[in-house]
Design a protein around this ligand. Structure first.
Ligand code: PL3
Ligand code: FE2
Ligand code: FE2
Length: 231
């Protein structure tokens, strides 16, 4: 009901909508590119899964192209310079753990945190999207679940060896995610999305996968409280 109401107040062709969409569209385009680069790096770090990870990386490039088409459809130029700096802290964190060959930490960042963030964002965007972007985003969400599930499977199988590095990385990354959410809040609201709903959706999905890979309920509550729930 409320989704219908919100939707009817959106004018996809207004300057205000297109201005906010230029940054959101830039973020998803740059985010899909980052995801591609991260999967290619993971393919180097996990040679036994090279073919699969390369395939997942190629899917991200297709997502990038699809979101570029969403921008073109609304006659919007994506703000890529803004998006570039939006991802800088996350990119640096990924590059640091990749440089230390910490595959568990790399997968926590890309396959769990980024993919949960993307799934939460796309899931909240679909009800308020224009018709073209809705169809595109629906097909992309299915792919993101496959990316998440690769991470869950690997981390579950290697849980004991990587548990400590996951805790450290979680503590470093969640404050970055919160900062990213704060940066996108105003534009997300203008295109009909709520920051609170986005945060809750993200935390729900992230907590669920943390418990799937082996953390206890008590640990999950502790982990997801770091950097997100306070303030
Ligand atoms: C993983 O495959 C890609 C990662 C992309 C990250 C996207 C984050 C999006 C946050 C902005 C919320 C608005 C969503 C609107 C969708 C068009
Ligand atoms: Fe993607
Ligand atoms: Fe993905």
């Amino acid at each position: 009901m409320s989704q219908i109401r919100v939707n009817s107040t959106l004018d996809f062709h207004s300057d205000a909508y297109r201005d906010s969409f230029s940054r959101i569209n830039g973020i998803v385009i740059a985010g899909e590119q980052e995801a591609h680069d991260n999967f290619i790096r993971l393919a180097e770090l996990l040679p036994e899964h090279c073919d699969l990870l390369t395939r997942l990386g190629k899917m991200e490039l297709r997502h990038r192209k699809s979101f570029e088409a969403c921008g073109r459809n609304l006659n919007v130029t994506p703000d890529l310079p803004f998006a570039e700096q939006f991802f800088t802290p996350l990119r640096q964190a990924f590059q640091t753990v990749a440089g230390h060959q910490q595959v568990g930490a790399c997968l926590l960042i890309q396959a769990l945190i980024v993919e949960c963030f993307a799934i939460a964002a796309y899931h909240n965007y679909i009800p308020v999207a224009d018709d073209f972007a809705r169809k595109v985003t629906e097909s992309i969400v299915a792919d993101e679940h496959e990316h998440l599930s690769f991470g869950v499977t690997w981390l579950k199988a290697n849980f004991a060896e990587v548990k400590a590095e996951l805790e450290t990385t979680n503590r470093q990354i969640l404050p970055i995610v919160r900062q990213m959410l704060n940066q996108v809040e105003a534009d997300a609201e203008k295109i009909g999305m709520s920051k609170q709903a986005l945060l809750e959706d993200f935390l729900g999905r992230y907590g669920e996968v943390l418990s799937q890979i082996g953390f206890t309920t008590r640990e999950v509550i502790w982990l997801s409280s770091q950097g997100l729930r306070k303030a």
